[in-house]
Design a protein. Structure first.
Length: 433
């Protein structure tokens, strides 16, 4: 039953089209630079748990739970569901339907989180912030606390295993850390039992009021679990269709998160224009921005009364630059979600770099987009001719602008350790600055 509902969850979260094959061509070249990039310490500050499940794991859980799949082989699922290119929106959305369906028990959440951490560690990612919407997984088996604890158990197990390695213990390499970001939705419907019950419990409230209450409930739950259990829930996120669902609806939730020292990131400028980004940083006081692809687009002002759009964008960029609001850039994902982007070289990341904005390279959805942090960094280097200094700054921004779960002194020490290790890896290579 959940499987038939789950694809609708993402109808308002992403707008997807066929991906350009150019990105895949660039990152799959037999390039020695790729091996260097794989070794350098990296971060992923924008990766969705439900978009990054191992295909083999999805199949194994589906078999165990007697769920129907189009195929029970990795090759078959890649051919029929998780494709390199998608013909239409519904075809893409079906991928999330299958992944969500196998994430409805504590042991499965733990396993999937554990494997995601291992996959990141295997390609040199030393810090990851895993985001997901806990309310999508609340059911008769799990309440919010159980959901969050289950994901944390998987990530924590992977962290402890990695940090027990002799080279890490000896201080020769930086350890692995993680944070958890909980995602609220700008608007939701009866996507799951939890959401259906939540809507039915508020028969006299309109949809936007219910969405506001839902995000506030998530903020309260996240803070309580963090404080009672001591797990690294470090950030609060807002995802979903931007147009028609303004950020101000969720002011109460973000104010609560702000008052309880949860850092804030907001999906903004992914499918709507500069006004959405403005709302994220003014109404919700976002510390970081998810995607920010349409930051410079003066055509995306539908319904907004702005006379001088170019000056508006200029002021917005200046504000973001001055306050070092970091943009979580997801290149391959944006190629999939924006039909107007025909060539990766026209991605707004180029302007972000030219303006020296604080950016960090992320995957968004490792499985759905068939990418890794290494692939995304290589794609950025090759597509935008990033020099050694620029690349180093972008990589280190990921560590500096992370919602690191430890105190500031330890964060500074950790960042320094990652910088030293980076310089050690690139010494004598074309990436040495």
């Amino acid at each position: 039953m959940f499987l038939t509902k789950c694809p609708r969850i993402f109808r308002g979260i992403v707008l997807l089209r066929k991906v350009s094959p150019m990105a895949n061509k660039i990152v799959k070249e037999n390039d020695p630079l790729r091996e260097i990039i794989k070794k350098i310490p990296k971060t992923d500050l924008h990766v969705h748990l439900d978009g990054s499940i191992r295909m083999k794991t999805l199949i194994e859980i589906a078999k165990k739970e007697k769920m129907e799949l189009p195929s029970y082989t990795v090759e078959g699922m890649n051919e029929l569901v998780f494709k390199d290119n998608y013909n239409n929106l519904q075809e893409y959305l079906n991928t999330f339907g299958y992944s969500c369906a196998v994430m409805q028990k504590p042991e499965y959440l733990e396993q999937i989180a554990y494997e995601l951490a291992l996959d990141n560690q295997a390609e040199g990612v030393r810090y990851v912030e895993v985001r997901f919407a806990p309310q999508l997984h609340i059911n008769k088996h799990m309440d919010m606390k159980t959901v969050l604890l289950s994901v944390n158990r998987g990530l924590d197990r992977a962290q402890k295993e990695f940090n027990s390695r002799k080279e890490v213990v000896a201080g020769e390499e930086p350890p692995f850390f993680y944070g958890i970001i909980v995602s609220a939705l700008r608007m939701f419907g009866k996507y799951s039992d939890y959401y259906a019950n939540f809507i039915d419990a508020h028969p006299f409230s309109d949809a936007k009021t219910i969405a506001s209450l839902g995000s506030l409930e998530l903020a309260r739950g996240a803070v309580q679990v963090r404080d009672e259990e001591g797990i690294p829930i470090t950030g609060f996120d807002l995802a979903g269709a931007e147009e028609g669902n303004p950020a101000k609806i969720h002011i109460q939730a973000f104010q609560y998160a702000h008052q309880h020292f949860l850092a804030k990131t907001v999906h903004a400028g992914e499918a709507y224009g500069p006004p959405s980004i403005f709302q994220a940083i003014t109404d919700l006081h976002a510390d970081r921005l998810g995607h920010g692809y349409y930051l410079f687009d003066t055509t995306k002002f539908e319904g907004e009364k702005v006379q001088d759009k170019e000056q508006y964008v200029e002021n917005l960029c200046q504000y973001i630059a001055d306050r070092r609001v970091t943009i979580e850039v997801c290149l391959t994902s944006n190629m999939q979600t924006n039909p107007s982007l025909k060539d990766i070289q026209y991605h707004s990341f180029k302007k972000m770099v030219e303006r020296k904005l604080s950016t960090t390279i992320c995957t968004d959805n490792r499985t759905v987009s068939k990418t890794t942090v290494t692939d995304e960094v290589l794609l950025a280097v090759r597509s935008f001719d990033l020099g050694p200094n620029t690349l180093k700054n972008i990589v280190i921004y990921g560590f500096k602008r992370s919602f690191f779960p430890e105190n500031y002194i330890k964060k500074r020490q950790y960042v320094r350790q990652c910088i030293d290790f980076y310089e050690k890896i690139v010494k004598g290579t074309k990436l040495e600055s």
